[in-house]
Design a protein around this ligand. Sequence first.
Ligand SMILES: *Cc1c(COP(=O)(O)O)cnc(C)c1O
Length: 355
Amino acid sequence: MEIDLDKIYHNARTLVSRLGERGISVTGVTKAALGSPEIANTWLRAGVRNLGDSRIENIATMRRANVAASMELIRSPMLSQLDLVVANAHLSYNTEIEVVRGLSSAASKANHTHGIILMVELGDLREGIMPEHLESAVRETLLLPNLVFQGIGSNLACRSGVSPDSRNMAALSALADSIEANLGVSVPTVSGGNSANLEWVLSGAETGRINHLRLGAALLLGREPLHRQVIKELHTDAITLKAEVIESKRKPTQPWGEIAQSAFGEVSPTYDKGSITQTIFAIGRQDVDFAGLDPPSGITILAASNDHLVVDSSNYPGGLAVGSEVPFQLNYSALLRSMTSPFVTKTMYSQLEHS
Ligand SMILES: *Cc1c(COP(=O)(O)O)cnc(C)c1O
C-alpha cells in the first residue's frame, strides 16, 4: 500500500479550510488508517483539530507515539474497557447512561476529567439516544463527577443509508437549542456526522448549530460517500494498493468437473468468454475487500479466495509478466481491510516539509 502523505495533507488542508469558512471544525477519524501516527500527524499539521477512532487500541497506539492532540473515542465505550478509555481518550461519544456513569467512576478513580458527547438517533438506526430521552440523559450527565458535558452529535448513512439533510440536521440543532433553554447549560459542540455530511454542508445549505464533523473516508479517498463523487480539488489517489503477479496463463473461462459451492460458500458466477489471459495476484480476502478494488483499465476482477485474486487481463496493454506490480484504487471497505492486514506493507512517502 502506497500512501502519499502530501496528497493526504492537501485533502485535509482543503477540507478543513472549506469547512472552517462555515464555522465547522474537524475531528480526523483514524479508524481506516489503523490509528497511523504518520497520517494522524499529517492531518494535525493540516489543521485537523482533534483525532477520533472507534477503537481505543488505535487511540492508545497514537498516544504511545506521542501524537499531540485531543483524542476522541467515537464508538460507545465498552463497559469492560472504561479504565482504558479514560486513560487514553479525552472524550467519548456515548449513548448509554450506564456507560456514562461508569466513565464518571473510572475518571474519578484515575483523577481525570473526561468529555462526553451524547449521540442522538436521527433515523439511520445505528447508535443514538432516542430524541425524547436526550434531555434526561444530559441532566444526569451534568450531575456526574469528573465528566464534562461537551455536546451532542449524530451519525447517519452508516447502517441504513439515511442521508444527512436540512431536515435531520435542523432537528439536531433544535435539540441543542432546547437543551440550552430547558437546562440552562451551553452545548458547545454539535457534531453533525461523518463524511456523508459533506455533500449537504458543501452545497452551501444553512448549517444551523452544526459546528463539528468527524471525517475519515473523505480525507483519505477524496470522495463523498453517498454518491462516490469526487470532492472538488481533492486527490482520489492518495492511497493505492499494489499487487504482484504470481501466475499468468491462457485458460478457459469455464471450469470443468462437478460444480458445487466454493470454499466461501458461493457458486462461481458464469463468465463465458472462451479462452482468456487469466492472471493471479498475491493478494486475497485476507488483505482486501476485492469488491471494493478498482483495477486499471484492461483488467477485470473475476474472483478472490484467501490469498489469490483472479483477474482477466486479456486486454491489459503489454500483458502481465510474473513479478510485475499493478496499482489498484480502493474504496472505503477495501481500504479498511488492507490497512488492517499484517500482510500488506504500508509505505508512506512525502516530498514536502509540511509546516
Ligand atoms: C467511522 C465514523 C466516522 C467517520 O466516518 P467517515 O465515513 O470515515 O468519515 C464518524 N463518526 C462515527 C461515529 C463513525 O463510526
